[in-house]
Design a protein around this ligand. Structure first.
Ligand code: AQP
Length: 333
């Protein structure tokens, strides 16, 4: 009974590269803190990952690795529905329907599309263009109230809201209108080599990001190489984006405010600060990494989780899909 009154949370991560601490601090850690209070659906958005070319073998292995990462980070697979998106065909079908209620103008304004298509050049897939519509379908199928995401995905959640409102206005109340839920200091973890840009798993320079599965020594090296500035003072200001980023990382892991971190390092240089950031990360990630390895050695357990979750997700998603089909005027089987 209590479960039925809970608000619904939905989110996902693309297996488009190995997951970074941006994904961990901006999304997963937040999901873990919400699991008591929400009825949660978290998926591995494999269908979004193929909007840019993926190696099939790598995609398959990363999809399972992501599931292991979700569980190892503390998401209880009984309390949360952890599934693989392509196991729920209603997502693709609902996305087609919603494509017919989305405008090319609004999709063309999406920052992520503009950034990624610029990088790709000529052969930009139609899938990359309609990526936010598939995301709207994902969210709306589960009667989602909140979508916990990093700051970069806020624009896509806002578009999902617009599409939901547009559909509801045309056909009467069909969708719950979702709200983005943005993490605090972890909401925008920046690239370690170019702190004006967000940290991304698909950039070429490995020194730009820290992976959840990076070894302690690699983490230390990458933090040590992180770009800073000549001020030699740990301050949280716009003209020190590299240092501010490291403060955010430390703050999210330790739950100490940015102000208190700045006070703690007053008058001290960068070396000790950087080493503390690295050790905090190593300590945070060590148990997660151990658990990921155990889970990846137990494929049958992972298979059981994603199969059972797919059943539950299919049931709910199909109900919403039928509602959409009926409202639009399709003949139901
Ligand atoms: N740097 C970041 N800081 C905070 N949150 C982040 N997220 C991603 N990067 C950061 C959040 O992680 C969730 C899943 O994102 P995604 O992988 O599905 O897509 P993305 O936002 O495009 O992430 P990447 O790493 O940049 O992927 P690629 O390189 O493949 O495009 C989202 O909640 C996102 O906000």
């Amino acid at each position: 009974m209590e479960k039925e009154n809970k608000k619904v949370s939905f989110s996902g991560i693309q297996p488009s590269g190995d997951l970074t601490i941006g994904n961990y601090l901006g999304a997963i850690k937040n999901w873990v803190s919400m699991q008591k209070d929400y009825e949660s659906f978290y998926c591995i958005v494999d269908l979004h990952a193929i909007t840019v070319r993926q190696d099939p073998k790598e995609l398959r292995s990363r999809t399972l690795k992501n599931l292991a990462i979700y569980i190892a980070s503390g998401l209880d697979p009984v309390k949360n529905t952890l599934f693989i998106k392509s196991h729920v065909p209603a997502h693709s079908e609902a996305a087609w329907l919603l494509n017919c209620f989305s405008y090319t103008g609004e999709l063309g304004r999406m920052t992520q599309f503009k950034d990624k298509s610029q990088k790709i050049g000529e052969s930009v897939s139609v899938g990359l263009f309609t990526y936010p519509v598939l995301m709207a379908a994902d969210i709306l199928l589960y009667n989602t109230n909140v979508v916990p995401v990093g700051n970069d995905q806020k624009q896509h959640v806002e578009l999902s809201r617009d599409i939901a409102i547009r559909f509801n206005n045309l056909y009467g109340q069909t969708f719950v209108v979702p709200e983005p839920l943005i993490a605090g200091s972890g909401a925008r973890i920046m690239d370690l080599q170019n702190p004006e840009k967000k940290m991304s798993k698909s950039v070429e320079n490995p020194n730009a990001y820290i992976l959840i599965l990076d070894s302690p020594n690699i983490i230390r090296k990458k933090i040590n190489r992180a770009v800073t500035d000549d001020y030699a003072e740990v301050r949280y200001t716009e003209d020190q984006p590299g240092i501010s980023n490291l403060i955010n990382i430390l703050s999210t892991i330790t739950n100490v405010s940015q102000e208190d971190i700045v006070k703690r390092y007053e008058g001290l240089g960068y070396a000790g600060f950087k080493s503390d950031v690295a050790e905090a990360l190593v300590e945070e990630l060590a148990p997660v990494q151990n658990r990921i390895k155990e889970l990846l050695d137990d494929k049958s357990y992972l298979e059981k989780i994603y199969s059972e979750s797919a059943e539950k997700a299919n049931y709910i998603a199909n109900k919403t899909l039928r509602k959409m089909q009926k409202k639009i005027g399709l003949v139901l089987r």
